[in-house]
Every structure is written in structure tokens, then in C-alpha cells.
Design a protein around this ligand. Structure first.
Ligand SMILES: [Cu+2]
Length: 352
């Protein structure tokens, strides 16, 4: 049996004295924060750790956890600043001759975690993406608009490696409070140079990877407030410039979440996430096309607030499943952007 009780494990343990469930529960709570904001504005974080570590089962010391996560993001809303606009408005108020109509992003992520010691856990995640998009284009004033569907992009995304270190707990056995720090790097394993049939780079935010190595830091605080488990955390991703000269903006996510155990096999959760994404910078202009809304770096970055209700099911020993919906409740985008209408995340975890 494991030697320690992590902060999240407390909750289940207190309630049911059933240690085994606590890991899965823990995992979700631990990482729900990081999972909540990858949806971002449009696809600002095309492959951030935030999602990749979503709901991963937190392993105990000398334990291995594996997690498979599916997420579906639907983007079909156009916003200017804080207000919803329409394609008609966007086309009449700007000179863009190419506008996004909708975009779907599907991400399959495999994550493995290992507990090197009671205090230190390491994680690796590997995503595989499928991005599709519909656009509308004009050949010139008065010639009307024509809808088109882009060639889907299906490819591996950027792998992330992350370590989590528990800095503080109020007591080793069944702690009420815990503070954990994380440090990691989002690698550049995914391609950032996919091209369309015309030979041009696909939109930067539709690429499977960013092409950049981005350091990540996070801080997470968890407290048991019977019968709720409350968590607050923050993650920052330092976006660096890729070889093609493109730099996705830095992102900061602040999350507040709570989980309530309805029954031994069933929890409900709710999260509120504030996400800030800085605008991208395309130094060499390789991804820039000022006639296309999607390819104008002015239309990147912004702030948003997300609500994430979810459930967790713990059907059998060592396994957990969670389903979560993420909805933007407030947004303030730079320029005009295609943004997320909703996002669904389904995770399955198993601990060995
Ligand atoms: Cu497109």
C-alpha cells in the first residue's frame, strides 16, 4: 500500500476510508486546473500541457498511472472584443477576403505518470490531433462569398514532460492542505509546417504543433473543506519563438475548482478558469496573410473566463472515468476571432 496521502486523496479517504479510489479522484482534481483552459481562444494553445495533463491519474510512490483523454472543441462563434459578431458583419467591416466559419479540434492524449517518491511525480503526455475547418472566401468586391472546407490535419502534437513536487502539507497522514509546484516543458514533437495544397503554411493555430519548446510552471493549492475539496492553482506557459519565426503568446491560467463526492463511485465537480493569452508574433511573416482573418496575428490572444461542470465515475478498482464540459462565459479577444462555443473532455485512467 502507498505510504502517503496526497491532498486529493484525503477527500475520498475521509469519506469512505477507501484509499484506492482516492488516486483517481486525486488525479482529476490535481489536473482539472490544467485541463480547463487549453480550449483557449480559438486554438491559441494548440497543444499546451494544460490539456495534456488533464485528469491524469496521480500515481503514488513507485506507482505508474496511464490516462487516455479525448477532447472535442467546437469553434463556430465570431467575436470582436467582448461582443459576439457575425460573419456578415466581419466581412462588411473589414477588408479580409478569407474568413473562418467553423473549426473542430479533436485531441487524443495519452499520458503516463510515475511516482518517483512520495513528494515527486513525473508525467509525459503525447497528443494526437485532428483539426478540421470550414472557411468562406471572396474573389473580390461584388463577386460574392464561396464556402470551402480545408483539408483536415491529422498528426501527432507536441509532447509535454512535467514534474510535480509537493512543497507543503499540514501532516503526512490524511493532510488537509497541500501545496504543489510543477515545472515542465512543452516540446516541439508536433509539426508546425503543414502546408495546404497551394504550398502555403496552414494557419499557425491549426498546425498540430507549435514548433517551439515552451517552459511551464505551475503552483497548486488544495484544501479539504468537508464535504468539499477545494483547489486553486495557476499555470504559466512561456511561449518561445519557433524556427519559422513564429511565437505563440505566453499564457496564464488561474483556476478555482471544487469537487463533491455524491457516492463512493461518483463525484461531481465544477471549475472556474481565467485564461490570459498574449498575442502571437510572426517575425518573418511566414504564416501571415493580411487578407485572411485567421492569418493576421492581430487576431490572436485575449482573455476569457470558463465554467467547467463535470462528473467522475469510479466503476472498478484502479480505474476512473471523467466527463467534463467547458463553456466560455466571458471573453475579450484581440481583434476579431473565431472562438470556442463548447468543449467536451472525456478521460479514462488506470493505475498500476
Ligand atoms: Cu482555414
Amino acid at each position: 500500500m502507498p505510504q502517503q496521502w496526497t491532498h486529493t486523496e484525503i477527500f475520498m479517504a475521509r469519506k469512505y476510508r477507501k484509499y484506492i479510489y482516492s488516486f483517481f479522484f486525486a488525479s482529476i482534481v490535481l489536473f482539472s486546473a490544467k485541463s480547463s483552459f487549453a480550449a483557449g481562444l480559438c486554438c491559441q494553445l494548440s497543444s499546451g500541457v494544460q490539456e495534456s495533463l488533464s485528469g491524469v491519474a496521480a500515481p503514488a510512490s513507485e506507482e505508474l498511472s496511464v490516462q487516455f483523454t479525448y477532447s472535442f472543441t467546437r469553434m463556430d462563434k465570431v467575436m470582436q472584443g467582448t461582443s459576439v459578431t457575425s460573419l456578415d458583419e466581419a466581412s462588411s467591416s473589414t477588408n479580409y477576403t478569407s474568413l473562418p466559419v467553423s473549426m473542430d479540434m479533436i485531441k487524443h492524449t495519452f499520458t503516463a505518470g510515475y511516482g518517483f517518491s512520495p513528494k515527486f511525480k513525473g508525467f509525459v503526455s503525447l497528443p494526437y490531433l485532428r483539426n478540421t475547418m470550414n472557411m468562406t472566401m471572396s474573389n473580390g468586391v461584388g463577386l460574392g462569398w464561396m464556402d470551402m472546407t480545408m483539408e483536415p490535419i491529422s498528426a501527432p502534437g507536441d509532447a509535454t514532460v512535467m514534474g510535480l513536487y509537493r512543497i507543503y502539507t499540514d501532516r503526512e497522514i490524511r493532510p488537509n492542505k497541500a501545496l504543489t509546484a510543477g515545472i515542465g516543458i512543452k516540446t516541439a514533437t508536433g509539426s508546425s509546417t503543414k502546408t495546404t495544397s497551394s504550398g502555403k503554411y496552414v494557419h499557425a493555430h491549426m498546425q498540430p504543433g507549435t514548433g517551439s519548446w515552451d517552459p511551464l510552471v505551475s503552483l497548486l493549492y488544495t484544501q479539504m473543506m468537508n464535504p468539499f475539496l477545494v483547489q486553486a492553482d495557476m499555470t504559466h506557459q512561456f511561449a518561445t519563438r519557433n524556427r519559422q519565426g513564429y511565437e505563440f503568446g505566453d499564457s496564464t491560467a488561474i483556476n478555482l475548482g471544487t469537487t463533491y463526492a455524491v457516492a463512493r463511485e461518483f463525484n461531481v465537480s465544477a471549475g472556474l478558469t481565467y485564461l490570459h493569452v498574449a498575442g502571437a508574433d510572426d517575425r518573418d511573416g511566414k504564416y501571415t496573410n493580411l487578407n485572411s482573418l485567421m492569418d493576421d496575428p492581430a487576431n490572436t490572444g485575449g482573455d476569457s473566463l470558463w465554467l467547467s461542470p463535470g462528473i467522475q465515475v469510479l466503476p472498478i478498482k484502479n480505474a476512473m472515468m471523467d466527463v467534463k464540459v467547458q463553456l466560455p462565459v466571458w471573453e475579450n479577444v484581440n481583434g476579431i476571432q473565431l472562438v470556442t462555443r463548447y468543449r467536451v473532455v472525456i478521460g479514462m485512467a488506470y493505475r498500476f
